[in-house]
Design a binder for this molecule. Structure first.
Ligand code: SF4
Length: 356
């Protein structure tokens, strides 16, 4: 078995993740990139495989699905930057990732040769210098931890030089999907800044021994660790799997932060639950998990209107899968669930979800 990542259909067949590369899968591969690391293959769990191995279901593009589901482009004052909220920005340092998740909300752009040039970085730094109300920079992409420690260190030094920037936050999947990248050199590049790391992980089987080691190295270096997960039909949409995931994170010094409702990215409806199903799950978790292990269930309102907790205050059911959602500024938006069957609350599975 190779330690190289599987980067196309032939690799996935070679590495035992697909029986064959069918014509339908070739069509999927032409539209959306493929990458699964050896670390994730070694996790050897169907709930992990399903996040990285393409299926023909990705060819089903529903009318409500979007190229840019969370509206990054509409709030981009300079290339590589999204400024949606007054006090914080997203800096898209690269478009590359160690893995390409089949449900990714940026699946139309990840994998492009999008590492920022020096000139683009200069323009971003100049925008940040001109906006002293910005206190936090979120480094994402792609995955910022695919940058070399040297390159990352240079970027951190330039960000640290801006006196109004108080926090640098990383959104990354690397500690879990490519734990070997958490090296002493990388930890050294992070030193000297108030740095938070939000680790993307969706299934307890992702927390392999190597991943737990990487999380320990980060925690021992004093980096506060949070998590974000995506609620995924057939992968983690049951209370037992989510409980195991969040307990595993807390054990490894990672505070569960966000559970995202799956965004309206093209070709991802097979992963999407309904909001009602997500709320039922959250109610079930409250019954069996300590408060510090419970994340906030959130929706990024399609179109770029920001993130909102999916509590009764923000989400009002209009019936038949239609919802009225209120954004952070009090504006009201419509949202439509996919046409999935509702949960069977009489099954053993459903009873599991109903306790609070
Ligand atoms: S690691 Fe994040 S940005 Fe990259 S493909 Fe997965 S979800 Fe998308």
């Amino acid at each position: 078995m190779t330690s190289r990542a599987s980067e196309n259909l032939s690799d996935l067949v070679r590495d035992g993740r697909l029986p064959e590369a069918t014509a339908e899968l070739e069509e999927v591969a032409q539209q959306f990139r493929i990458r699964m690391t050896a670390a994730m293959r070694d996790a050897a769990d169907p709930g992990v495989d399903a996040q990285f191995v393409p299926t023909p279901a990705e060819l089903t593009i529903r009318p409500e699905e979007l190229h840019d589901p969370i509206g990054d482009d509409a709030y981009s004052p300079v290339h590589g930057l999204t400024h949606r909220y007054p006090d914080r920005v997203i800096l898209h340092s690269t478009q590359t990732c160690e893995v390409y998740c089949r449900f990714c909300f940026r699946r139309e752009t990840v994998g492009e040769d999008g590492t920022l040039t020096e000139a683009e970085l200069d323009a971003i730094l100049s925008y940040l210098a001109d906006h002293p109300q910005i206190h936090e920079v979120i480094l994402t992409g792609g995955d910022p931890l695919v940058l070399s420690p040297r390159r990352l260190g240079r970027l951190m030094t330039r960000l640290r030089a801006l006196p109004h920037l108080e926090v640098i936050r990383f959104h990354t999947r690397v500690p879990v999907v490519a734990p070997h990248r958490i090296t002493p050199e990388l930890l050294e590049a992070l030193r000297g800044s108030t740095t938070y790391m939000v680790v993307h992980t969706n299934h307890p089987a992702e927390l392999t021994e190597e991943a737990r080691g990487a999380l320990a190295r980060l925690a021992d270096a004093g980096v506060p660790l949070l998590s974000q997960s995506v609620l995924l039909r057939g992968i983690n949409d049951d209370a037992d799997t989510l409980t195991a995931l969040f307990r595993g994170l807390i054990r490894n010094r990672v505070k569960p932060y966000y559970l995202h409702h799956c965004d309206l990215a093209r070709g991802t409806s097979h992963f999407r639950t309904t909001i009602a199903e997500g709320q039922t799950l959250m109610a079930a978790l409250r019954g069996q998990l300590s408060g510090i292990a419970i994340p906030t269930y959130v929706l990024d309102i399609p179109g770029g209107y920001g993130k909102v907790p999916l509590t009764a205050d923000y989400a009002q059911s209009l019936g038949a899968g239609r919802w009225r959602i209120t954004d952070w500024q009090g504006n009201v938006h419509d949202y439509h669930d996919p046409d999935h069957q509702p949960l069977d609350t009489n099954s053993e599975h459903g009873q599991n979800k109903s306790g609070t």
